[in-house]
Design a protein around this ligand. Structure first.
Ligand code: GDP
Length: 471
């Protein structure tokens, strides 16, 4: 009804235009941003968002170039199960403890930071693309570089391919760590050949992607790997302003019996200090104490530093952003407003894209890219569909196959779709395990086909903005 008043049209008109979008709404319901834009358009209005952020008065400091200093890269390690992600993370953490630091006892707080020569590298300690993509789905882009571990005694496996797709979808550079070269049957060239067949050409073979043969068991090649990480990071020119209130992202949070809520955060810019009031997701509180990953007390933490803090009034979610406030009351107010908003929107309106929605928006002329995740029963059909889908690209709409693979539609596919606004196309395969449930929750459109012609036609219709609703 608020929207109706603003546009000076009867509220029933708004309700019926929502119905046209397949949404049954009441007068008092809040509409999400996307719906607002579409509905307003029908009445020839253009929506301008002054943004929840503005309403929440979270200051965005504009950094002056002279305040920017280089910061350490933040790394996520991904790869196929048992290829050595955990071993690599453990090896790096143990081998890079500088003498002066050894007083501290290693604490697993979800992230850690190591010294390499004079420089630092921060690692997210939860290996795998699930955590990476779950964070991204919440809008957090934390990782600067991805190390993909591929065992030299094995082939490039489905999860290796998945990890590659996830990193590429996020636009994050990849460094390959070809692991287990200590094993007698190790054949790193086999892995490299398979990668090059996927158009991933490593430097050594004349391409542009960094790669290093390593053994997470003996430590061979790991120093070189870290040097390559620093080299790649240098190209990215990672910088942050030290002289402002800290901002960053929650890595994990838990309730500790003796200490209350312990939250691991990654400071991404600014400096976090003891006594700061912070707001993280729907929680707030004063930073009472702060520890690094060796359990040592800190008074402040700068960019690219992972720390665990005490003092929040609850456990925020991984991927939630945090901000520092001058005024504790303000932080509290925003936190409670967010909780309230979430309750109101628990019956959430459509956020992600469906094929029908794509068709509608194409008809309105405001659609540029169509992202697809493609799963099929055999390689042949996947390749055939990839080819046909890509050929559907026009000057106005680019069709991107973000990830393709043989096998059932997994939860990880759904997470990737959520994070990248993609639809999932299954050919002779179905959603597996939790995938269907997560897709329903995240409202990801999964289309399954058993006839190639049907799949292509549906997509074509959608792209021509004339798809009839799925029965
Ligand atoms: P993840 O599932 O990718 O985290 O893999 P893990 O780190 O748990 O490693 C799986 C198995 O491979 C474990 O038994 C490790 O001890 C072993 N492993 C990992 N890296 C190496 C390596 O470089 N050489 C050898 N020989 N074994 C390794």
């Amino acid at each position: 009804s608020e929207v109706a008043t603003m546009m000076d049209v009867p509220v029933t008109n708004i309700i019926s235009s929502c119905m046209m979008l397949g949404m049954m709404v009441t007068m008092n319901q809040r509409l999400d941003a996307e719906t607002l834009v579409i509905v307003a358009e029908e009445f020839n209005y253009k929506v301008e968002f002054i943004g929840a952020e503005v309403e929440e008065s979270i200051e965005e400091v504009v950094d002056k170039p002279e305040d920017l200093i280089s910061r350490a890269p933040i790394i996520t390690v991904m790869g196929h199960v048992d290829h050595g992600k955990t071993s690599l993370l453990d090896y790096i953490r143990k081998a890079n403890i500088v003498d002066g630091e050894s007083g501290g006892i290693t604490q697993h707080i979800g992230a850690y930071s190591v010294n390499v020569g004079d420089e630092k590298i921060a690692f997210l300690d939860t290996p795998g693309h699930e955590a990476f993509t779950a964070m991204r789905a919440r809008g957090a882009q934390v990782t600067d570089l991805v190390i993909i571990v591929a065992a030299a005694d094995d082939d490039v496996m489905p999860q290796t391919k998945e990890a590659i797709s996830h990193a590429q979808a996020a636009g994050v550079p990849i460094i390959f760590a070809i692991n287990k070269i200590d094993k007698p049957n190790a054949n790193p060239d086999n892995v490299k050949t398979q990668l090059s067949a996927m158009n991933l050409l490593i430097e050594e073979w004349g391409g542009s992607i960094q790669s290093q043969d390593i053994s997470a068991k003996t430590g061979q090649g790991i120093e070189e790997l870290l040097e390559k990480v620093l080299l790649e990071a240098e190209i990215l020119e990672l910088k942050a302003n030290l002289n402002k209130n800290a901002v960053g992202t929650v890595v994990e949070a838990q309730l500790d019996k003796g200490r209350g809520y312990v939250t691991t955060i990654l400071v991404q810019a600014g400096t976090l200090k003891i006594g700061d009031y912070i707001l993280a997701g729907k929680n707030s509180g004063k930073v009472k104490a702060m520890f690094d990953d060796k359990g040592r007390k800190l008074n402040e933490a700068g960019p690219s530093t992972p720390v665990s803090i005490l003092g929040l009034d609850g456990a925020p979610q991984a991927g939630d952003k945090f901000n520092v406030f001058e005024d504790e009351r303000e932080a509290k107010q925003i936190a409670s407003k967010r909780s309230q908003l979430q309750r109101e929107q628990s019956v959430r309106t459509q956020k992600t894209l469906t094929l029908d929605e794509i068709g509608r928006r194409i008809a309105l002329g405001d659609f540029k890219e169509l992202n697809i995740i493609l799963k099929g029963d055999v390689d042949g059909s996947v390749e055939a569909l990839t080819d046909s889908f890509q050929k559907l690209s026009t000057e106005e709409i680019q069709v991107n196959i973000l990830h393709k693979g043989v096998g059932a539609i997994t939860e990880s596919d759904v997470l990737l779709a959520t994070a990248s606004d993609a639809i999932i196309v299954g050919f002779n395969v179905r959603p597996q395990g939790n995938a269907r449930m997560v897709a329903d929750r995240e409202e990801v459109d999964i289309r399954t086909y058993s006839i190639i012609y049907d799949a292509i036609n549906d997509l074509k219709d959608a792209m021509e903005g004339m798809l009839s609703p799925e029965m």
